[in-house]
Design a protein around this ligand. Structure first.
Ligand SMILES: Nc1ncnc2c1ncn2[C@@H]1O[C@H](COP(=O)(O)OP(=O)(O)O)[C@@H](O)[C@H]1O
Ligand code: SF4
Ligand SMILES: [Mg+2]
Length: 322
């Protein structure tokens, strides 16, 4: 078997607060592989660990957060043990992240040309006309009209959709192997969202980049992803090929998520998952989903179910898989 582009094994990332008296296991034993040209979706309600998983991969965790164990291999190279400088190099060249809110990743004080050109200037040492041509090509690749004019403008002069595409251009500027997009469309209206997703797919076809796509929208997962991880309370509760999981969800939470997606033309009332996800610093014993699960029994409230393979490449963590 050839080596996967990205291979994450038993990743554990914790937040430690209050002098270590409280530990939040925001990422609790997550494993997956990503192949070249493929898209992996991370889904789940807010607070289940999606962003922390992404930040762990690029090692841009907030103060107080730490990867406590596990392995992250990019083309076989272990990233968790790299020095800060080596990791900064990986971020510039091999893994890029598009943040949820492009306003926080774009600097209001610099024009678009400076920001899109920065990675090319730093890594490829481009200057003058060569740099300008690269910036134009990048803006063109993310379908920014009149790049000549736009590169002299500032972020506040752009629409939300345009800012998001520019953040995409910056992420792609170093021709990375993996791009992580953390809910990149939540701030966009539906039409612009669809255009942005089409654009990401086209860029993926052109470059073979591996995409990790975070969203709480299962409609987007169905459209964009090859594989999906359904996260709940820091854990992968179900993962595998998108088609498998959409047609035969095994975990009650994944099943409920799928049933809550509006179907085109259907008048059927949408399913709602009652209750809230648990506080990760105060998890219930047993299965974390038990307090909200319609079929939970005594064992569910006492023992945590392991993540087991139920079909080829399709795993779920639940005591009642059949
Ligand atoms: N900066 C932080 N400091 C302390 N705890 C945090 C911080 N960010 C996130 N957490 C904890 O990690 C959990 C997962 O957060 P996050 O990864 O942002 O989830 P998601 O992206 O799925 O909404 C949260 O429920 C919270 O308990
Ligand atoms: S282990 Fe029990 S509580 Fe958890 S999802 Fe399965 S049935 Fe529900
Ligand atoms: Mg998030």
């Amino acid at each position: 078997m050839t080596q996967p582009l990205l291979e994450v094994t038993d990743l554990n990332t914790h937040y430690t607060g209050f002098g270590g008296s409280r530990v939040v296991k925001a990422v609790d034993g997550v494993s997956f592989t990503l192949e070249e040209g493929k898209t992996l979706g991370l889904v789940g309600e807010s607070g289940c660990g999606k962003t922390t998983t992404c930040l762990s991969l690029v090692r841009l965790l907030a103060h107080g957060a730490e990867i406590v164990s596990g392995s992250i291999k990019l083309e076989g190279r272990e990233l968790t043990t790299l020095t800060g400088a080596e990791m900064a190099d990986v971020r510039g060249n091999e893994i890029a992240m598009i943040l949820q809110d492009p306003m926080t990743s774009l600097n209001p004080l610099f024009d678009i040309g400076d920001q899109v050109g920065e990675p090319a200037e730093r890594h490829d040492r481009l200057r003058g006309t060569a740099l300008k041509e690269r910036v134009k090509a990048l803006l063109h690749s993310v379908r920014i009209p009149s790049p000549d004019v736009r590169m002299a403008e500032y972020p506040h002069q752009m629409s939300g959709g345009m800012r998001q595409r520019i953040a995409g251009a910056i992420a792609l500027a170093g021709t990375p192997k993996v791009v992580i997009a953390d809910e990149p469309t939540t701030s966009l209206d539906v039409t612009i969202q669809a255009q942005y997703l089409d654009l990401l797919r086209k860029l993926q076809d052109e470059t073979g980049v591996g995409l990790i796509f975070v969203t709480h929208d299962l409609g987007i997962v169905a459209k964009m992803c090859d594989e999906v991880i359904v996260m709940y309370a820091g854990k992968a509760v179900e993962q595998g090929p998108v088609r498998d999981i959409f047609t035969q969800p095994a975990h009650p939470y994944a099943d409920a998520l799928i049933r809550s997606v509006p179907k085109l033309g259907s008048k059927e009332a949408l399913y709602r998952i009652d209750g809230q996800p648990p506080d990760l610093s105060d998890l219930p014993p047993g299965c974390s989903f038990a307090p909200r699960c319609a079929v939970a029994d005594e064992r569910c409230h006492a023992e945590e179910p392991p993540l087991l393979e139920i079909r080829s490449g399709h795993k779920a963590a639940c005591w009642k898989l059949d």
